[in-house]
Each structure stands twice: as structure tokens, then as C-alpha cells.
Design a protein around this ligand. Structure first.
Ligand code: PNS
Length: 163
């Protein structure tokens, strides 16, 4: 059984992430979407909120589960019996960082391989940071995230502005 992990910060989950999850879920027998605790310095959402949003957005995918993890990714992979790490590649600018991470992980845990999925072209420009930037200035983020995530982001921005 091919178990895989799709790790990330997901602050918040975008349509680009969901595209990778759907496609990886079709290829792998089991996929764990894993939110890294403390990955973002000033996160918009708590880890619990990010996990909850991801769970709602992937509820229709029976072989996909969502959880959080602490520490080294390869340790988490070993604990969960996953032999594959999934990462999305948007553009050549992602490549250097992703290659470094993949090679480091492989050095520490040679039995765990990283598989890259190229992001669908329509989401090639997209990132959680861009979503937050546009939302901060009250821009329309409906093309970037689902309606549920859009609502959650707007609520967070309101809370921020009232502080
Ligand atoms: O969505 P992101 O922020 O690009 O995800 C980065 C993530 C969570 C995959 C990466 O930071 C990670 O795996 N961190 C866990 C710590 C670790 O294992 N570091 C060694 C890899 S070089």
C-alpha cells in the first residue's frame, strides 16, 4: 500500500493545494495532509484552524486524512509508515528550495522518496502569502480559495483590523 504525506504550512489552504491533494489522492492509496506546527512566524490561522479547514475541503476524499505534525518531516513519515513525500512545484523559483529539502530528507531517511507534482497551470502563480496579501487590502480572493476559506480569511482580517 503506497502511503504518502503532503506536508506544508497551509496558511490558508489554496485551490492550488487542493489541486495537488486531489491528484495525489488519485495516485496514492492513502494520503496524509500534514500541517507543520510553528512553520509560519506570524500565522493568520492557528494550526487547529488550518487542519479544520483542510478537513472540510477534503471531506469528499475517502483516502485522504489531515493532521498536524511537529519536528522533522522524515520522522513523521517514518511514524506514519509513509514512503513518499508529495510536494507541488509551481515554477523554477520553487526548484532550488524543494531540491534542497528533498535531498536533505533523502540523506536522513533514504527509504522515503519525494515525488513532485507540477501545479496545474491555472494555479502556477498562487501561494498562501499572495492570498493573504490580496485579502489584507480587501481584494477579491474567490479565484484563489474556496468560498469556505474565503469566508474564514475575511473573518480573520476583520478581527485583525478591530485589534
Ligand atoms: O508549505 P511550506 O511552508 O512550503 O512547507 C514547508 C515544510 C513544512 C514542508 C518544511 O518546512 C518541513 O518539512 N519542515 C519540517 C522540518 C524538517 O523536516 N526540515 C528538514 C527539511 S530540509
Amino acid at each position: 500500500m503506497t502511503r504518502a504525506i503532503y506536508p506544508g504550512s497551509f496558511d490558508p489552504v489554496t485551490r492550488g493545494h487542493l489541486d495537488i491533494i486531489e491528484r495525489a489522492g488519485r495516485t496514492m492509496e492513502h494520503l496524509t495532509v500534514a500541517v507543520l506546527v510553528n512553520s509560519v512566524k506570524n500565522p493568520l490561522f492557528t494550526v487547529e484552524e488550518r487542519v479544520e479547514l483542510l478537513r472540510r475541503e477534503t471531506a469528499h476524499l475517502p483516502n485522504v486524512e489531515v493532521t498536524s505534525f511537529n519536528g522533522l518531516l522524515v520522522d513523521f513519515a517514518r511514524e506514519s509508515g509513509a514512503k513518499v513525500i508529495i510536494r507541488g512545484l509551481r515554477a523554477v523559483t520553487d526548484f532550488e528550495y524543494e531540491l534542497q529539502m528533498a535531498q536533505t530528507n533523502r540523506k536522513i531517511a533514504p527509504e522515503v522518496d519525494t515525488l513532485f507534482l507540477t501545479t496545474s497551470l491555472e494555479y502556477a502563480y498562487l501561494s498562501s502569502s499572495i492570498v493573504k496579501e490580496v485579502a489584507l487590502y480587501d481584494g477579491d480572493i474567490s479565484a484563489f480559495v474556496t468560498p469556505e476559506v474565503e469566508h474564514a480569511v475575511k473573518e480573520k482580517m476583520k478581527q485583525k483590523q478591530n485589534r
